[in-house]
Design a protein around this ligand. Structure first.
Ligand code: SF4
Length: 215
């Protein structure tokens, strides 16, 4: 089963990257072709540029960073002093759900926490919502914060928030269903579904190798 790029096994538990939820939201069959069947296609220019912009944002943030502290310390201190703390590129892992990833930005306030995913566009597609919800779930499981978490999608270039929702039971249930389905794909006990939207196939970088393409 292993040999799947990105999949790590800790204490016998599969952990997959949270970004896979984005791919699944676009088309589960695309995720299956890329990760399970290991079919290689060229990265798009948008993906390459996006990675470069991401790295540049992180570099700028690190140059301005003032203090080093753990998340646990930031949670305690913000409660005690009313301060706010912003953390970039926070690694998170949840063994309960078998997911891991890097959160673009976490903003810790005395009364709540924002889990922010920076995106190139401003449309809250289901895949993006599930991805940021999974980051929120993983953070919540790992650090067990004593305040509300809000999942946030923010435009990478304008910094405008285009979607924000409290990480509640409904959001949790939506994303856990997808997480279970991906684990089932990895264990080869689920047949992948493909999109019914030809517009997605038109934009898909796998369309030339996909036997279910509608474009
Ligand atoms: S071509 Fe269409 S069906 Fe095939 S992987 Fe891409 S989006 Fe899915």
């Amino acid at each position: 089963m292993n040999g799947i790029d990105g999949l790590i096994v800790i204490n016998g538990i599969n952990h997959f990257p949270i970004s896979w939820l984005h791919s699944k939201g676009f088309c589960e069959y695309q995720l299956y072709l890329e990760k399970i069947k290991k079919i290689k296609v060229e990265k798009t220019a948008e993906m390459i540029i996006g990675k470069q912009i991401h790295e540049e944002l992180e570099r700028e943030f690190l140059e301005q960073a003032e203090e080093e502290m753990t998340i646990e310390e930031a949670l305690i201190r913000s409660k005690e002093t009313g301060e706010s703390f912003f953390i970039r590129e926070l690694e998170t892992i949840s063994s309960k759900y078998g997911i891991y990833g890097k959160i673009d930005e976490v903003q810790i306030f005395p009364d709540n926490i924002l889990i922010i995913d920076d995106k190139p566009g401003s449309v809250a597609y289901q895949g993006l919502i599930k991805q940021v919800a999974a980051y929120s779930l993983s953070f919540s499981e790992e650090f067990k914060p004593d305040r509300d978490i809000f999942s946030v999608l923010r435009n990478r270039d304008t910094k405008e928030v285009f979607w924000c929702q409290k990480f509640d039971k409904n959001l949790l249930e939506t994303v856990v269903k997808d997480i279970i389905e991906i684990h089932d794909l990895i264990r080869d006990v689920r047949l992948p579904e493909s999109t019914t939207n030809p517009q997605k196939c038109l934009k898909c970088r796998f369309r030339r190798v996909c036997d279910r393409s509608l474009a």
